[in-house]
Design a protein around this ligand. Structure first.
Ligand code: AKG
Ligand code: FE2
Length: 207
């Protein structure tokens, strides 16, 4: 990670924290290589919603627990649903970033990997499958810029925030249960991933 503490930018949503360029371009390249090597052990797959609709993103996980969705619902589990193998470890660079940015006393035990390509998006939702809903959720973006949408937990007006390659953001405190999603990617905004697309890494204390 970067040697200095990333600069935090103000946001209009209390508890939604944003650190533009938390990872400089060298750190982004290094992290992407670590992600690719983890994905060799835990290949991306396309989950379905509990209603049976395929996600437009492909997913995998790192860490003791991984978030999965299927006909049985949403949950965390210790093994890849297709290979049955344990998830590979969370890259140390991400654990260090979690400590530096969140200051949370315990490490994350789950890192969801989302790959967005083409028209992939993610509908508005809350992250609420974790045991302790006071622990922050930290998200790191690599590749094409995402048009991220965020609004209050109870519903109501949302705002959009652009998340570029290397940006980190967190749902904390009053924004922990904020509704959020990804409307679309800005195609061609980054050259980090050959062929375009975006990798999002979401660190959580799940279990
Ligand atoms: O891709 C993103 O920036 C958000 C991902 C997300 O909200 C999730 O996986 O729960
Ligand atoms: Fe989410």
């Amino acid at each position: 990670m970067s040697p200095v503490l990333p600069r935090e930018a103000p946001t209009a949503v209390p508890g939604f924290r944003l650190w533009p360029q938390a990872l400089d371009s060298a750190a982004q390249v290094a992290l992407l290589a670590e992600v690719r090597s983890g994905l060799e052990a835990a290949p991306l797959y396309r989950p379905v919603t509990p209603g049976g609709r395929p996600f437009s993103v492909r997913m995998s996980n790192f860490g003791p627990l991984g978030w999965v969705s299927d006909r049985g619902g949403y949950r965390y589990q210790p093994a890849h649903p297709e290979t049955g193998a344990p998830w590979p470890p969370i890259p140390p660079r991400l654990l260090a970033l979690w400590d530096a940015l969140t200051g949370w006393p315990s490490p994350p035990d789950a890192c969801l990997v989302n790959l967005y390509q083409g028209e992939a998006r993610m509908g508005l939702h809350q992250d609420r499958d974790e045991r302790d809903l006071t622990a922050p959720v930290l998200s790191v973006s690599l590749g094409d810029t995402a048009v991220f949408r965020i609004g209050p937990a109870e519903g109501g007006p949302t705002r959009t925030v652009r998340l570029a390659s290397g940006d980190a953001c967190a749902l904390t405190g009053p924004a922990r249960l904020a509704r959020h999603g990804v409307d679309r990617l800005l195609a061609g905004s980054s050259r980090l991933l050959p062929g375009g697309g975006r990798v999002n890494l979401t660190l959580r204390v799940a279990g």
